[in-house]
Design a protein around this ligand. Structure first.
Ligand SMILES: Cc1cc2nc3c(=O)[nH]c(=O)nc-3n(C[C@H](O)[C@H](O)[C@H](O)COP(=O)(O)OP(=O)(O)OC[C@H]3O[C@@H](n4cnc5c(N)ncnc54)[C@H](O)[C@@H]3O)c2cc1C
Length: 387
């Protein structure tokens, strides 16, 4: 048995013993554990699963052990993810801290910041939200106006963020503020960590078309933030923000996108053999989707192999984000075509498909829209001449 087979056997045995049966199978809304200061575990299994995974550092498998991570190599991390997928183990923590802030801190944070924040992120002690977008700064993020003025050893923050996922529930926010208004747009930004319980912060939820209250707007009115909460160099926040976006796009793009039931099986189950035979156009669209899905899975597999060999994904994360989210929209539209008018019945058995479709539409906007991803691919991956 080689070293990796030995590791796989160890992981498999550990998961068999430690992953509670309730934490296996398809994840529903209530199965997500966001953690944080105010988190109330939905059940004992959720608490136990997070505690056990965090104790091994496996909520952040590849982070260095000295900061609470698992200290695994990329190849070992991939084995852990595959073994978890094999038994449909739930992710123990749904955390922007793990997916986004942690990698940025590992690259740009000071030693003190790494020691202060990373172990708590691994254990899910803080619920982090992302404060990039503002009412007049989405795709054109460098237009953002929330200002942070240095007074003594504190920044005084004023302005507004919007579309902040779970901002009204989160404990802390990482985001961009304008510290140097006289400098050119990109150079005047800094990456700041803000405790949302600070006086002067007001967060309110925004209701979506799906009925969910996932988003919020956050107002900052002379909020005092310690100057040591800047990550990276003052005025170079754009570098940190862009680096973090690579991880966000990779994460959104490689989500399993609910492909637990193959589309052709879904169509067969709902229309029956004869019904499907009577729909040649639908069959052709499903076949086309299956081919694209196979291409997407091959792309993900290729990038996974590259990651295991230590090759950074870089701007190619935009390809994953674009391809993955567009396919997910297509998949839901085809499912709705299969269901016909029954798919619009919001109280029926398949009601979730229509709301998931609305969620899929949102996914192609969050983390940068599809058009912006295409711009990145054109410039940074294909290196086409800019206009
Ligand atoms: C599910 C979801 C979660 C989100 N979570 C967060 C969060 O946690 N934190 C946060 O800060 N933000 C979040 N956002 C906001 C998101 O980042 C912005 O909505 C997104 O960047 C687009 O900005 P905008 O809404 O201002 O649209 P705009 O930038 O105004 O874009 C409008 C349209 O113009 C197109 N467009 C704009 N510029 C170009 C261009 N140069 N070339 C071609 N087309 C262009 C866009 O593609 C889009 O179709 C989230 C959004 C969604 C949907």
């Amino acid at each position: 048995m080689n070293e990796m087979d030995g590791f796989r056997a160890e992981v498999r045995a550990w998961l068999a013993e430690n992953c509670p049966p309730e934490k296996r199978g398809q994840m529903g809304e209530d199965d997500h554990c966001f953690g944080g200061r105010k988190w109330v575990f939905k059940n004992e299994a959720q608490r136990v699963w997070l505690e056990r995974m965090a104790a091994r550092g496996w909520t952040a498998p590849e982070w260095p052990a000295e900061y609470g991570g698992g200290g695994l190599s990329p190849a070992q991390g991939e084995i852990l993810r595959r073994e978890m997928a094999r038994i449909d183990a739930h992710s123990p923590l749904t955390s922007l801290g793990i997916w986004m802030l942690g990698p940025a801190l590992l690259r740009f944070g000071t030693e003190a910041q790494k020691r202060k924040y990373l172990p708590g992120i691994v254990r899910g002690e803080i619920w982090w939200a992302q404060g990039y977008s503002e009412p007049n700064a989405g795709s054109d993020l460098v237009s953002l106006q929330t200002k942070a003025e240095l007074v003594g050893d504190e920044y005084i923050v004023s302005g507004q963020k919007i579309w902040t996922s779970y901002g009204h529930k989160a404990d802390c926010l990482f985001g961009l503020v304008r510290t140097d208004p006289d400098k050119p747009r990109h150079e005047g930004l800094s990456f700041l960590l803000i405790d949302l319980t600070s006086p002067g912060v007001a967060a309110s939820p925004l209701r979506l078309i799906s009925g969910n209250e996932h988003f919020s707007q956050i107002f900052f009115d002379d909020v005092h933030v310690p100057a040591e909460n800047i990550v990276g160099t003052r005025g170079r926040g754009w570098d940190v923000a862009k680096y973090l976006l690579l991880f966000e796009r990779q994460m959104i793009g490689s989500m399993r996108m609910g492909e637990t039931v193959r589309l052709s099986d879904f169509a067969l189950a709902h229309l029956g053999k004869d019904g499907l035979a009577a729909e040649p156009l639908l069959r052709a669209r499903i076949a086309e989707f299956d081919l694209e899905m196979a291409a997407f899975e091959t792309l993900v597999a290729r990038y996974t192999e590259e990651a295991m060999a230590g090759v950074a994904l870089g701007a190619k994360s935009s390809m994953l984000k674009y391809f993955g989210t567009e396919l997910n929209v297509k998949r839901h539209e085809l499912m709705l075509s299969v269901l016909g008018t029954a798919g619009l019945d919001m109280d029926g058995g398949d009601a979730k498909i229509a709301t998931d479709w609305l969620g899929a539409l949102a996914n192609r906007i969050g983390g940068g829209t599809s058009e912006i991803q295409l711009n990145v691919v054109a410039k940074r991956v294909l290196e086409l001449p800019g206009g």
